[in-house]
Design a protein around this ligand. Structure first.
Ligand code: ADP
Ligand code: DAR
Length: 371
């Protein structure tokens, strides 16, 4: 981000005062956070000096520091603790976002530039577990936000509806294997919704981190899921991000899953304009989903390696992998099955992120076999 642009953002911001009630909530929240033992990156990097620098700033969308940190203030057990209420926030509150981005994405500094998109050759990924002994299912997803729209806390009800209208029109132009149907959450039968969630297709409701981040306003307006006929290609509309574009299937054929995702994103970007910053890549609600915004995961049974969870997570960390539960992050593994995925999404291309995940998962399967 060039300094001139940063400077003009701040000049604009200085002109819009933050109201006293917001300042009071910020001070109360900061006192609570700073005296807590929160493990969050918010606690680690929001020094009093940075807090005082940022507390009176406001973006042109009207977003304040409270919008950025409210989820981490309310959920002291957050891992990260901040979200961007609009695309401008990454620039206007860079003093807080940049060190958190550098920490989470393994060293992507405020001077680094994320590479241009490069999907590479999906065939290079192959099948991670042809025997089917360890990998139950494979999923590759990316996040996208529509240009010219803010993110959750700054969105109006009609903007949720407008985004849904635009993306449903784009879904209607998908061809071949990607053809399917959109299911709005509004009016969805509860038993249908529960089955889709239990089958790992649909997002959960009531995530306390997203609720505290004001990401659930007007729920379920504008929310829904697109599913192809084979249920191997899905798109979430207006959950955490405007779009989560997902390819998934049973087994370990990462090449096939990745190829389908590449085909789908390439098709959708012919119809939709996505929000992308020249330095930090694709812009989304959470700073963990910038850059290429790709998360490639397996649900895998590694009973020996996972017998000691702390060591399991340390081994995964050696390969820049992250361990989650099978029902999403902040959840536990079930029956020795865990969600293992790439952690880094910035400073490397889509292809490099997939290779990093592929190599790490193959290593963990090798270690399981040798245990
Ligand atoms: P994301 O940030 O990618 O949306 P979450 O951890 O919130 O990831 O998971 C979203 C949903 O995707 C959860 O229901 C989870 O079970 C499912 N999921 C993630 N990876 C896989 C996988 N490899 N196979 C099947 N389901 C998966
Ligand atoms: N509430 C966040 C989650 C961080 C990453 N996951 C996302 N964006 N789904 C936390 O700080 O734990």
């Amino acid at each position: 981000m060039c300094d001139k642009r940063l400077c003009s953002c701040r000049k604009k911001s200085a002109a819009m005062a933050v109201d006293p009630a917001t300042l009071e909530k910020l001070e109360e929240g900061y006192d609570l956070l700073s005296t807590s033992n929160s493990p969050s990156l918010l606690k680690k990097y929001l020094t009093r000096e940075i807090f005082d620098q940022l507390k009176k700033r406001k973006t042109s969308y009207g977003s304040t520091l409270l919008h950025v940190i409210q989820s981490g203030l309310k959920n002291l057990d957050s891992g990260v603790g901040i979200y961007a209420p609009d695309p401008e926030a990454y620039t206007l509150f860079a003093e807080l976002f940049d060190p958190i981005i550098e920490d989470y994405h393994g060293g992507f500094t405020s001077k680094d530039i994320h590479p241009l998109p490069d999907w590479g050759s999906p065939a290079d990924m192959g099948n991670l577990d042809p025997s089917g002994e360890y990998v139950i299912s494979t999923r590759v997803r990316t996040g996208r936000s529509l240009a010219d729209f803010p993110f959750n806390p700054s969105m109006t009800e009609s903007q949720y509806e407008e985004i849904q209208t635009q993306v449903v029109e784009a879904f209607g132009k998908l061809e071949g294997e990607l053809k399917g149907q959109y299911y709005p959450l509004t009016g969805m039968q509860k038993d249908v919704q529960k089955k889709l969630i239990d089958d790992h297709f649909l997002f959960k409701e009531g995530d306390r981190f997203l609720q505290a981040a004001e990401a659930c306003k007007y729920w379920p307006t504008g929310r829904g899921i697109y599913l192809n006929d084979a249920k191997t290609f899905l798109v979430w509309c207006n959950e955490e991000d405007h779009l989560r574009i997902i390819s998934m299937q049973e087994g370990g054929d990462l090449g096939e899953v990745y190829e389908r995702l590449v085909r789908a994103v390439t098709s959708l970007e012919r119809k939709l304009t996505f929000s992308r910053n020249e330095r930090i890549g694709y812009l989304n609600f959470c700073p963990t989903n910038l850059g290429n915004a790709v998360r490639a995961s397996v649900h895998a049974k590694l009973p020996k390696l996972s017998a000691n969870l702390k060591k399991f997570e340390e081994i995964a960390g050696m390969y820049n992998l992250q361990v989650r539960g099978t029902r999403g992050e902040h959840e536990e593994g079930e029956g020795g099955v865990f969600d293992i995925s790439n952690k880094r999404r910035m400073g490397l291309t889509e292809y490099e992120a997939l290779i990093e995940m592929r190599n790490g998962v193959l290593e963990m399967i090798r270690l399981e076999k040798e245990s």
